[in-house]
Design a protein around this ligand. Structure first.
Ligand SMILES: CC1=C(CCC(=O)O)c2cc3nc(cc4[nH]c(cc5[nH]c(cc1n2)c(C)c5CCC(=O)O)c(CCC(=O)O)c4C)C(CCC(=O)O)=C3C
Ligand SMILES: [Fe+2]
Length: 360
């Protein structure tokens, strides 16, 4: 497919779809074990973990992410039915139940020999892509000889339907924002600068993640008729002496206010649904910060279970089943489609990979 690596594959015989995501706690008792799963083998300070646990507990220990993914899966099932594609949709997460290992056990028990995997991250880079490949490989290894072949659908940062869903949401949020001179600001999850530098196949020159985020922001802004915008970062978690992508959204709001804007429209282009990092880091922290600065604050809705997301996923499936041509609206390279958790290219995202995980 266009701009994808030589290792990209097609899987016309796939018989199921596995939706793979991050996972999140579904009650207070889940919060600590969930966070331990997320941060195993990572260099996250304990103070940060305590703070993040509080954010989850503020919402009763329930992350919205699993319910949002279930709604997306329902929309995908409806769309598959409408298009006459008869494949079941399974659900498995990296960090919380239903776990991806259990989902792959389920596929094997159903006699599925080949399945496609949709990961709920649009992006290249270690956290957004390579780690999902590792999840696929780990889940297959846990199931053993009977594990089905698993082929991941490609990255989708510039898919016209993904861009259109965000662009409509920008237009709508702008209509509600009571500001005369608002600044439009796109955000995505920060990652260590070293991880961004190592993101993508080395031959591409690195920074695949931040380049894709900037490209999505540009395409959404263009489609929404926005002349000027910024791209900033949120939710950093590493120790302070390690450089992460910046500026941070709240520091940036200081700047926006100082430059004489009277409002800000924040578009979390880095996330496909309104999960905790959106409802806490933006709707709670950034909103309060904007209020202190006297800035009107509007937050753009993420696609969630928007019918266009389901339609996009079914189009990505058809690239495999029917050989449909990939639809893309940008020029930044895109990868992610590999078999059985293979990396997208030799040494793709390699230098950023932390110590391998030992447990589930
Ligand atoms: C690029 C990226 C995405 C977007 C791509 C994608 O969607 O995959 C993303 C999504 C998400 N991140 C999430 C949650 C967390 N991320 C953490 C930690 C980290 N994220 C990182 C990066 C990303 N993260 C990184 C480099 C770390 C440092 C530790 C490490 O290298 O692994 C931590 C640990 C505590 C903290 O420090 O915040 C938590 C709890 C949730 C679920 C929210 C919910 O429950 O609703 C989602 C969708
Ligand atoms: Fe994260």
């Amino acid at each position: 497919m266009a701009s994808a690596s030589g290792e990209s594959v097609r899987e016309p015989g796939a018989r199921a779809l596995l939706v793979a995501s991050f996972g999140g706690p579904e009650g207070p008792q889940d919060v600590r074990p969930f966070l331990e799963n997320v941060t195993r083998g990572r260099n996250i300070p304990p103070e940060r973990l305590d703070a993040v646990a509080k954010h989850y507990l503020h919402f009763g220990g329930i992350s919205p992410i699993n319910a949002l993914n279930r709604a997306l899966i329902d929309a995908v099932r409806a769309r598959l039915r409408a298009e006459g594609i008869d494949i079941p949709v399974h659900f498995g997460n990296r960090n919380w139940h239903p776990m991806i290992e259990d989902a792959v056990v389920g596929l094997a028990a159903d006699g599925v020999e080949s399945a496609l995997v949709f990961a709920t991250s649009a992006w290249g880079g270690y956290s957004g892509c390579r780690q999902y490949q590792e999840d696929v490989a780990r889940a297959r290894a846990a199931v053993g000889d009977r594990a089905p072949k698993l082929v991941r659908l490609r990255q989708f940062h510039d898919h016209p339907l993904f861009i259109a869903a965000f662009a409509d949401a920008v237009r709508e949020a702008r209509g509600f924002l009571g500001a005369e001179r608002p600044r439009v600001v796109f955000t995505a999850h920060s990652v260590p600068d070293s991880a961004d530098l190592a993101a993508g196949p080395p031959a591409d020159g690195g920074r695949l993640y931040s380049r894709q985020v900037a490209e999505s922001a540009r395409l959404v802004a263009q489609a929404a008729g926005i002349d000027e915008h910024d791209v900033v970062w949120q939710s950093r978690s590493g120790p302070p002496h390690i450089p992460w992508l910046g500026p941070d959204i709240c520091d940036h709001l200081d700047d926006v206010a100082a430059r004489g804007y009277d409002g800000v429209l924040v578009c979390p282009v880095g996330f496909v649904s309104d999960h905790l990092e959106v409802i806490w880091d933006l709707d709670t922290e950034a909103r309060e910060h904007a209020a202190r600065l006297g800035l009107a604050f509007g937050r753009v809705a993420t696609p969630g279970a928007d019918p266009r997301m389901a339609q996009m996923i079914v189009e990505l499936i058809r690239e495999h089943l029917d050989g449909a041509a990939p639809r893309r609206s940008g020029n930044v390279p895109q990868y992610g489609c590999t078999r059985n958790g293979a990396p997208c290219a030799v040494a793709c995202c390699a230098a950023s990979a932390p110590r391998p995980r030992t447990g589930g």
